[in-house]
Design a binder for this molecule. Structure first.
Ligand code: PBE
Length: 308
């Protein structure tokens, strides 16, 4: 049975509390059989209270999920609950522990895919866009005022696997700064490309803004640590998404490495088009979407069920 394989695969068979399962089942096999109901009778959607577990209200993926609720008949009457990325991750972890259904607003790169068996729900209507890039945006005038900071930010580019290494390290208990420093030490070849031609400076002040998303905590801390090693006096400031874009557009800060495009932050970019300087992608192959644990027998957003 498919479900039994999943139990083993997740390594959860022992010591798990079967909260959703009727009492009195004779064995784990029966229990998991009851729970999964391969005839498709299980209404995951009702169990989830027709709620998508979202993150911060200003995040692009939350806006995309709200768009999906408007677009898909299968999500009619659903709600996108907003909270924070940390709260979403906690709820996801608890659901997986109890093998309960959950739909979260998810993104890649993210450590959750290394830690849990998860999948994106197919999105035939394209509410979540396609492949995304993470881009670096700086304020106008930075190139003239602080050419070495500009050059370093312009040359910053890494891969999903790099970002995931830092994220996992933080998830497993390292401080943000320690994880950034450890990655830098192990990846001097990449770092030396970012700093190529960048002169050492003596305390030039640079402020970077970001949002407390795990991916952006990783990238921003790594860039900040590299800049510190070149002699910059770096401050990193977490804001909400709209405030992050605004701060760069108003020229209040040097920049940010957290612009998800073309879809996720489309609204923010079009609001500030011409007010920010686009330094191009620092990471390719990012993605957003609705994410569920693999033990849920749904593959597409269209497999969910509308609220009655
Ligand atoms: N995220 C992570 C952000 C961009 C980076 C996908 C949560 C968002 O949805 O705006």
């Amino acid at each position: 049975m498919k479900f039994n394989l999943n139990w083993k695969h997740l390594g959860l068979a022992a010591g798990l509390s079967f909260t959703l399962v009727a009492a009195g089942c004779g064995s784990d096999d029966e229990a998991s059989g009851d729970q999964s109901d391969s005839s498709g009778d299980v209404n995951y959607s009702e169990e989830m209270d027709y709620t998508i577990t979202g993150i911060e209200a200003g995040a692009g993926v939350v806006a995309a999920a709200e768009d999906a609720v408007e677009t898909y008949d299968s999500l009619s009457g659903w709600e996108v609950a907003t909270s924070s990325s940390g709260a979403m991750a906690t709820e996801l972890g608890e659901a997986v522990k109890d093998e309960e259904p959950i739909v979260v607003t998810g993104w890649t790169p993210h450590w959750k895919f290394a830690k849990y068996d998860l999948k994106y729900l197919e999105d035939p209507e394209g509410s979540f866009g396609g492949e995304e890039q993470i881009k670096t945006m700086v304020r106008k005038g930075l190139e003239e005022d602080k050419p070495n900071a500009y050059k370093l930010l312009d040359q910053f580019k890494w891969e999903a696997a790099d970002m995931e290494t830092v994220m996992l390290d933080i998830n497993e208990g390292s401080s943000e700064q320690e994880a950034a420093q450890a990655w830098i030490e192990d990846n001097q070849d990449k770092v030396s490309e970012w700093t190529d031609g960048v002169e050492d400076v003596d305390g030039v002040e640079v402020e970077l803004v970001y949002v407390n998303w795990d991916s952006e905590i990783a990238s921003t801390n790594v860039v900040a640590e590299v800049m510190k090693q070149k002699g910059f006096d770096v401050e990193i400031t977490p804001l909400e998404n709209g405030g992050m874009w605004e701060a760069v557009a108003q020229g209040e800060v040097a920049g940010m490495v957290a612009a998800w495009l073309p879809a996720t932050h489309e609204a923010q970019l079009s609001k500030h088009e011409g007010e920010v300087v686009d330094l191009g992608a620092n990471l390719e192959g990012a993605k957003i979407g609705l994410v569920v644990p693999k033990y849920m027998e749904v593959d597409s957003i269209e497999d969910l069920q509308p609220a009655e």
